[in-house]
Write a protein that binds this ligand. Structure first.
Ligand code: FES
Ligand code: FES
Length: 156
């Protein structure tokens, strides 16, 4: 069965016809072309697909597209402003918070949600919050460092 849905994507109103089984991540990547949101697993474990839905981080592979009807979705492409990297993106770049970069969009979108609850998170809070985001490259230390630096920049 197909349904017509509309939602906000990075501030733009969009609509699409989707199958009832279409996942939100498939809608975002394949239909709406925001390929910064990645698919790294089929078990809802890796967090590469994290986006914001109505202001909170969600794994977009765990939701159906029809569940996003009327929602406000923000992907990694939606956080830079006026051609400038978001402070958290800049911090990942400066503090080597990535190697291959596959996990990075999900890491950043998760981190930005953490900062709403803890604007000045310590290492433990960051590591616990990111338990649903896997990285195969960095060993996490520089990701934690990047998030602390990004948080500092955002508080300024
Ligand atoms: S693609 Fe791995 S958790 Fe969504
Ligand atoms: S930087 Fe490669 S998976 Fe995290």
């Amino acid at each position: 069965m197909k349904s017509q849905i509309s939602l906000q994507l990075n501030g733009d109103k969009v609509s699409a016809e989707v199958e009832s089984r279409t996942l939100l991540v498939e809608l975002i990547r394949q239909r709406l072309g925001k390929t910064g949101t990645h698919i790294g697993c089929d078990t809802s474990q890796c967090g590469a697909c994290v986006v914001h839905m109505n202001g909170r981080s969600v794994k977009s592979c765990t939701l159906l597209a029809v569940q996003a009807q009327g929602a406000d979705i923000v992907t990694i492409e939606g956080i830079a402003e006026n051609g400038e990297l978001h402070p958290m993106q800049q911090a990942f770049r400066e503090h080597h918070g990535l190697q291959c970069g596959f996990c990075t969009p999900g890491m950043i979108m998760s981190a930005l949600d953490l900062l709403k609850l803890h604007p000045d998170p310590d290492d433990r809070e960051i590591r616990e919050w990111l338990e649903g985001n896997l990285c195969r490259c960095t060993g996490y230390q520089n990701i934690v460092r990047s998030i602390k630096a990004g948080a500092r920049a955002m508080r300024r």
